[in-house]
Ligand binder design. Structure first.
Ligand SMILES: [Zn+2]
Length: 296
């Protein structure tokens, strides 16, 4: 069983389906990045491979479990997504699914970041989804379900791990952390507890706190723009930070121009992605000036 409390119910349902041999051959596990999709899929794969499963999952001791643990089970494949997942990777998977299992049990493919499949890769996967081999299981995962081909979505059974924005998860986060967890952190991470935990563990929460204070201060008095932009430049994930800030401004204040923040922010995000060699300092400075004008 998983130690992530918000996954417990889904894990129990899946375990029951595995043990009664009713599990669909193709699952699409969707939910935001950092909500635990990978842990869920790995655990399910382990259960499917196990030779002596318990009522709740894998035994952890049989030959199959030990092979999975060592990362060398020949009947378990993981598709590695770099920038994209290409058609050759999917053809390899199809071949794997058609070959006989080496350990005589199930064959499982883990396919994280399924949205990274190219269109031809997606089309190549369709055939495997239509004619799966005996005891073959495909476990797709994605945080961007809308980017998948509709034909892929319709051939998979969907399992959604929803964002976690409740007190139970907030408490879980507090227990995992040795420091104070800000109230806004789960919301800031889009309800993804593992993402929030990573920010705590790598010391980024303090930096985010400082930046949010600096942003608030600038939009109160309009001073120290140079120092604010310098701080922003030193931060890794300004998309997440500014997106949170814009959302807060839109929800918290009743300013007639607040909705105009969104398209201006979207334009900055597009430029960040598309304009190679963009002068980041200049782009952030004009963004801040525009935000300031809109809010005053
Ligand atoms: Zn086992």
């Amino acid at each position: 069983m998983t130690e992530l409390p918000w996954l417990a119910e889904t894990c129990a349902q899946l375990a029951k389906l595995v043990n009664t041999q009713q599990l669909h051959h193709a699952l699409l596990i969707s939910g935001p990045a950092g909500v635990g999709k990978n842990i869920l899929a790995e655990q399910l794969a382990n259960h499917l491979m196990c030779q002596q499963p318990t009522a709740t999952g894998h035994c952890g001791q049989c030959k199959s479990c030990l092979l999975v643990k060592s990362g060398h089970h020949p009947d378990l494949q993981r598709v590695i997504a770099e920038n994209s997942i290409g058609v050759d990777q999917i053809r390899d998977i199809s071949q794997f699914m058609q070959s006989a299992p080496q350990q005589g049990g199930a064959r499982v493919v883990l396919l994280p970041h399924a949205e990274k499949m190219t269109e031809s890769a997606g089309n190549a996967l369709l055939k495997t989804l239509e004619e799966p081999g005996d005891r073959c299981f495909l476990l797709l995962q994605t945080a961007h379900e809308d980017l998948l081909l509709p034909t892929i979505r319709s051939r998979c059974q969907r399992w959604v791990v929803s964002p976690q924005l409740n007190q139970h998860t907030q408490r879980w986060l507090q227990v995992q952390s040795s420091q104070m967890v800000p109230d806004y952190l789960l919301d800031y991470c889009g309800g993804a507890p593992l993402k929030a935990l990573a920010l705590i563990q790598n010391g980024q929460v303090q930096q985010i706190d400082t930046l949010l204070q600096a942003l608030s201060q600038y939009f109160t008095d309009g001073r120290d723009l140079v120092s604010l932009v310098k701080k922003l430049e030193g931060h890794d994930d300004n998309v997440a930070l500014l997106s949170w800030f814009v959302r807060q401004q839109c929800f918290l204040h009743n300013h007639p121009n607040q909705v105009a923040l969104l398209p201006r922010f979207a334009q900055w995000c597009r430029d960040e992605q598309l304009i190679l060699g963009q002068n980041k300092n200049l782009a952030l400075t004009t963004l801040m000036l525009d935000f300031y004008k809109l809010l005053h």
